[in-house]
Design a protein around this ligand. Structure first.
Ligand SMILES: [Zn+2]
Ligand SMILES: [Zn+2]
Ligand SMILES: [Zn+2]
Length: 484
């Protein structure tokens, strides 16, 4: 069938009137600067006067003086002359005694009450499997798949997609829940899932004396989902598992969770440097920058204790917030692995991890590692620029990264900023142009002429109120293929 290319005007926005001048709020200023840095990473690290020019250009309507911009950014740790003055919280992270045996085949654990490390026990070559963790402490069904899980499109227990599994297979193996539309992907998932019936249908498999108020769990889960509070939801799942396991497993799981490094969410949120728009703090952590995190914490805590009334005397709000912080600083892909939680960060790590669909985690060497050398993983996207990486690490894990890659790149970025007219700038500009050519966005018209698949970028940023946008707005014109 022939395909023609049409260009349509899709933007339904009302043409804007010439803006009246307004005084931006502190929140608007910090949000806009963080957003600018996300859009133009090279602008992070600009001197204040040049940053001010950029902000002015973006918002001609803003009544904003340069010194107000500077003071606001300094107050939010987004601009500084001396980074040692910046807030960090790595010295407030507590390290309870660990429960793991101290030595594995290829790794040793070194820990005291101030730090934890994984060390190579033997010489490792590129690609060597260093260790495997067969499962996280507690399997947490992914909160972002809740709707799919409810409608039987993803496994109740592990969140795997069920699109390849026939209804015949499901019925033959008894993988569907008797009380809802939910389905498990395998017999193992069904067997291991001791919490679903108790949390959603007021029934517990092991007939324990534990009462879980499932109608409150449903409210709790819904609230966490609305507020993107993955950490609270996950802590809820972890405690459901602790309460519903047999005595031995219950004690073990609780002890494993308690032994993880911890810091209160109350301390973490102090480093949050802007709100949800382009904010640095992981928005799924429940420290999303609502104006009033306290009320979200209290409501989540209240629903948590209404679900698990027997925990009320054991866990107060402050302890709950410690668990939230504990989950956030230890999670990898929203699961917590005990051994891996001991690995420290480097922006140029010597090891990497892989998690398969069964949630088994494997750590491999990225380069040669000598016996005794520390094993590092990266906590952030290594493709992010040095300033963004360090901001993410400072806000989410509380430390200023001083890894060799950061130090090298910082030196380079300072040189670049301070040498406007130098050769370096020219060279850098050339390099930038070249690389921007490489990463140029695909031209839809071209792509559609030569039919091929391509990815459309969906904005990750959230609208006000922490709600994910439900639609994508194109700039003004969009080209698409129509069949004739
Ligand atoms: Zn069910
Ligand atoms: Zn499954
Ligand atoms: Zn670094």
């Amino acid at each position: 069938m022939p395909v023609t290319i049409k260009t349509l005007l899709l933007n339904d926005a009302v043409p804007s009137q010439p803006p009246d001048s307004v005084k931006p709020t502190v929140r608007q200023i910090v949000d806009d600067v963080v957003l600018l840095w996300r859009e133009e990473p090279s602008s992070e690290g600009l001197e204040i006067s040049r940053l001010y020019q950029k902000v002015q250009k973006r918002h001609v309507e803003w009544q904003l003086e340069e010194d107000v911009l500077r003071d606001t950014l300094i107050k939010h740790s987004l601009y500084f002359n001396d980074e040692s003055q910046l807030n960090t919280y790595d010295d407030r992270i507590e390290f309870p005694p660990i429960l793991l045996k101290k030595s594995y085949k290829k790794v040793d654990i070194a820990c005291n009450n101030e730090e934890r490390k994984l060390l190579a026990k033997t010489a490792l070559d590129v690609g060597d499997l260093i260790y495997t963790e067969s499962s996280p402490i507690v399997v947490i069904p992914p909160m972002d798949k809740m709707a799919l899980i409810k409608s039987g499109k993803a496994c109740i227990y592990c969140g795997n997609s069920l699109s390849n599994i026939s209804s015949h297979f499901i019925i033959k193996n008894g993988l569907d829940c008797n009380d809802c539309n939910g389905v498990w992907c395998t017999k193992t998932c069904r067997k291991n899932d001791i919490i679903h019936s108790a949390l959603y249908h007021d029934k517990s498999k092991n007939k324990s004396k534990i009462t879980i108020k499932s109608h409150n769990w449903i409210l709790f889960a819904k609230y966490c989902q609305e507020k993107l509070f993955v950490a609270a939801y996950s802590v809820g799942i972890i405690f459901a598992k602790i309460l519903l396991s047999n005595e031995e497993d219950s004690t073990k799981t609780r002890a494993q969770f308690e032994s993880l490094a911890q810091v209160s969410q109350r301390i973490r949120i102090n480093l949050s440097d802007s709100t949800n728009i382009g904010g640095t703090l992981d928005i799924t952590s429940g420290a999303m920058a609502v104006d009033d995190p306290e009320s979200v914490w209290q409501e989540a805590y209240s629903l948590f204790t209404k679900t698990f009334p027997m925990l009320e005397g054991d866990i107060d709000l402050e302890r709950f917030l410690c668990y939230i912080g504990k989950f956030n600083i230890n999670q990898i892909s929203n699961q917590v692995y005990q051994l891996t939680s001991l690995a420290n960060h480097s922006c140029e790590p010597n090891a990497r991890y892989e998690i398969d669909s069964k949630l088994e985690l494997k750590v491999y060497a990225r380069r040669k590692i000598k016996p005794g050398e520390e094993i590092f993983l990266t906590y952030v996207n290594p493709l992010h620029g040095v300033n963004l990486r360090r901001r993410e690490l400072r806000v989410n894990w509380g430390f200023l990264c001083k890894c060799s890659r950061c130090l090298k790149e910082l030196k380079y970025s300072k040189l670049r900023i301070n040498s406007e007219t130098s050769q370096l700038k020219v060279l850098d500009e050339k390099k930038r142009r070249k690389s921007s050519m490489k990463s140029r966005r695909p031209d839809l018209t071209e792509l559609l002429k030569n039919p091929q698949e391509f990815d459309l970028e969906i904005p990750e940023t959230l609208g006000f109120g922490g709600r994910r946008r439900t639609s994508v707005r194109f700039d003004s014109n969009v080209t698409f293929a129509v069949e004739e």
